[in-house]
Design a protein around this ligand. Structure first.
Ligand code: ATP
Ligand code: MN
Length: 478
C-alpha cells in the first residue's frame, strides 16, 4: 500500500505543487470533471480535478457517489472559491465501485430518521462525520482530565449479580435453554445451575465496585457501557449507553460538584478547540433546524455560543427545596402549563421542571442538591434533617439531567438502616458494607451519561443520533 495523506492535512498544507496520494469516498462528481472526495479526517472535501478529455470513459463512469478511490496527483492552489487547494489528478484507481442506482445515500439532504435506518452508512454524511469526531474528542478529553489529576481508570464488571440502583431495570444474563430451564423442587428457575451459579445481569452502574476501588486508590473513574431495560423510548434514554463514574475518597459534596463542573467545562473547551469546523457545521445545522420551529421555541444562542456560555458562567447551585419553591411560584405552574403540576415537597422533578429551571429561570446549567431521601438511592449520605440526602444532579439546557451523584453514606449503621428501610438485601452486598467496616471515610462520586454530554455538545436532538449503533426497545439492528 502506498502512503496516502489524509485530506485534513492536505487542506492545511502550506506546500503546493507537490505530488500526493489521496484516498477516500466520492461524495459527488460534477461535470465529468470535479470530484468532491472525503476520507472522514475532516468535514471538508478535497476537490479532485479530472482531465476528462484524457481519461478512459469507462473509468469516468465508475466515478460515482460512494465509490472508494485512490488518486495520485499534484496539489495545486485552487482557482475555484471555497477551497485553498485542489488536486490535479494524474492517476485514478477505483478501489470499490458503488452502484449509483442502489447506493442508499444520495447527495441530497436525508432525514435523521432515514439515516438511522442506514446507520451502517450514515458515518459518510457531514452530520454524522462531525458528531462522531466530536464524540471521539470528548472521550479522549475525559481520560485526559482524570489522568492529569492522578485518577486511576478502573474497569468494573459488566456482568454483575447486583442491581446498584435497586431499580430492577436489568437485562438478565443466562446460559439456560430458555425453553427448558432447570427448576427447583418448588418449581422456580434454579439459578444455582446457571453459568455463574446465581442469577446475573448486565450492569446498570459501576458505582458500587468503583467505591471499592476508591477506598484504596483514592481517586478512580470508570468509563464503560451500562445497560438499562427501562422504557427508553425517549430522546434522552438508550438501553445501552456509556457512563463515566468517578469515585473519590475524602471528597464531600462540594468537592464533588466542583469536580463535575470542572470536568464538563474542560471537555467542552477541548471540543471547541479541537473540533472548531465540526462544531461550526453542527451549529449551522441546528440553526437551519430551528428555523422550522415557532419563534418562541427557538434558542436565542447558537450552538457555539451556548457552549461558550457554559464555560464562562458558574453553574447555579441550589437545593431541591429551593427549586420546588421556585417551581411552585413559576408562571407555567400557576397557569397550569406543566403536565405534572408542582404542588408539594417530596416528588421527583420531571424533565419539564428541570428544563424550566435551566432554560427559563436561571438560563444556565444548574446543580440541584439535597433531594428528599425517598426519591434517591440507598447509598446517599443522609442529612441531619432526617429528610434529605447529600445528592446532586446537574441539569443542562435542552437535556435535563446530565450528571447524577452524591456524597456516599460512610456510616455503617446509617447505611444498614436505610437498606433495611428500602428492602435492599444486606447479605448480597456484604462486600460493599465491608468498606464501611474497615477504614470507612467520607467519599463521593457521580455518574455522567456520556451520550447526554455528546447530545449537548453536538446540538443533536435525539440520543439515538450520537451513538454509532443505538439500542432501544424493539431495535438491535447492526
Ligand atoms: P433519568 O432520570 O434521566 O432517567 P437517572 O436518574 O436514571 O436519569 P442515573 O441513574 O443517575 O440517571 O444515571 C447517571 C447518568 O446516566 C444520568 O445523569 C444520565 O446522564 C445518564 N443516563 C441515565 N439513564 C440513561 C439512559 N437510559 N440512556 C442514556 N443515559 C442515561
Ligand atoms: Mn432513569
Amino acid at each position: 500500500m502506498s502512503q496516502r495523506t489524509k485530506i485534513k492535512a492536505l487542506l492545511e498544507s502550506e506546500q503546493t505543487h507537490i505530488e500526493v496520494t489521496v484516498k477516500g469516498w466520492i461524495r459527488t462528481f460534477r461535470n465529468n470533471q470535479f470530484i468532491a472526495l472525503n476520507d472522514g479526517s475532516t468535514n471538508n472535501n478535497i476537490q479532485i480535478v479530472v482531465d476528462f478529455e484524457n481519461t478512459d470513459p469507462a473509468l469516468l463512469k465508475r466515478l460515482t457517489t460512494g465509490a472508494a478511490i485512490s488518486v495520485i496527483g499534484e496539489l495545486v492552489p485552487s482557482l475555484g472559491k471555497g477551497q485553498k487547494v485542489e488536486i490535479k489528478a494524474k492517476e485514478i484507481e477505483v478501489l470499490g465501485d458503488s452502484d449509483p442506482e442502489k447506493y442508499p445515500l444520495q447527495p441530497k439532504k436525508h432525514s435523521l430518521e432515514f439515516l438511522r435506518e442506514i446507520a451502517h452508512l450514515r458515518f459518510r454524511t457531514n452530520t454524522f462525520g462531525a458528531v462522531f469526531r466530536v464524540r471521539n474528542t470528548l472521550s479522549h478529553a475525559i481520560h485526559t482530565f482524570f489522568q492529569d489529576r492522578g485518577f486511576v481508570y478502573l474497569h468494573t464488571p459488566i456482568i454483575t449479580a447486583s442491581d446498584a440502583e435497586g431499580a430492577g431495570e436489568t437485562f438478565h444474563v443466562t446460559n439456560f435453554d430458555l425453553a427448558n430451564p432447570p427448576k427447583t423442587e418448588t418449581g422456580e428457575i434454579d439459578y444455582k445451575q446457571d453459568f455463574f451459579g446465581r442469577a446475573t445481569n448486565l450492569t446498570v452502574s459501576g458505582q458500587l465496585e468503583g467505591e471499592l476501588g476508591a477506598m484504596a486508590l483514592s481517586d478512580i473513574y470508570t468509563f464503560g457501557p451500562t445497560f438499562r431495560a427501562e422504557n427508553s423510548n425517549t430522546t434522552r434514554h438508550l438501553a445501552e449507553f456509556w457512563m463515566i463514574e468517578p469515585e473519590m475518597a475524602f471528597y464531600d459534596l462540594v468537592d464533588n460538584m466542583d469536580l463535575a463542573e470542572a470536568l464538563l467545562k474542560y471537555v467542552i473547551k477541548e471540543a471547541l478547540a479541537k473540533n472548531a469546523e465540526d462544531l461550526e457545521f453542527l451549529s449551522q445545522r441546528l440553526a437551519e433546524e430551528e428555523k422550522q420551529k415557532p419563534q418562541n421555541e427557538r434558542s436565542d444562542m447558537s450552538l457555539i455560543e451556548k457552549l461558550q456560555f457554559c464555560l464562562d458562567h458558574d453553574f447555579q447551585r441550589l437545593t431541591y427545596t429551593e427549586a420546588i419553591d421556585i417551581l411552585k411560584e413559576s408562571t407555567p405552574n400557576k397557569k397550569k402549563k406543566f403536565q405534572y403540576p408542582v404542588e408539594g415537597w417530596g416528588t421527583d422533578l420531571q424533565s419539564e421542571h428541570e428544563r424550566y429551571l435551566v432554560e427559563k429561570h436561571f438560563k444556565k446549567p444548574v446543580i440541584l442538591t439535597d433531594y428528599p431521601k425517598q426519591i434517591k438511592a440507598f447509598y446517599m449520605r443522609q442529612n441531619d434533617d432526617g429528610q434529605t440526602v447529600r445528592a446532586m444532579d446537574i441539569l443542562f439546557p435542552g437535556i435535563g439531567e446530565i450528571v447524577g451523584g452524591s456524597q456516599r453514606e460512610e456510616r455503617l449503621e446509617k447505611l444498614e438502616q436505610r437498606m433495611d428501610e428500602m428492602g435492599i438485601p444486606k447479605e448480597e452486598l456484604w462486600w460493599y458494607l465491608d468498606t464501611r467496616r474497615f477504614g470507612a471515610c467520607p467519599h463521593a462520586g457521580f455518574g455522567l451519561g456520556f451520550e447526554r454530554l455528546v447530545l449537548f455538545v453536538t446540538g443533536m436532538g435525539n440520543i439515538r443520533d450520537v451513538i454509532p449503533f443505538p439500542r432501544f426497545p424493539k431495535n438491535a439492528e447492526f
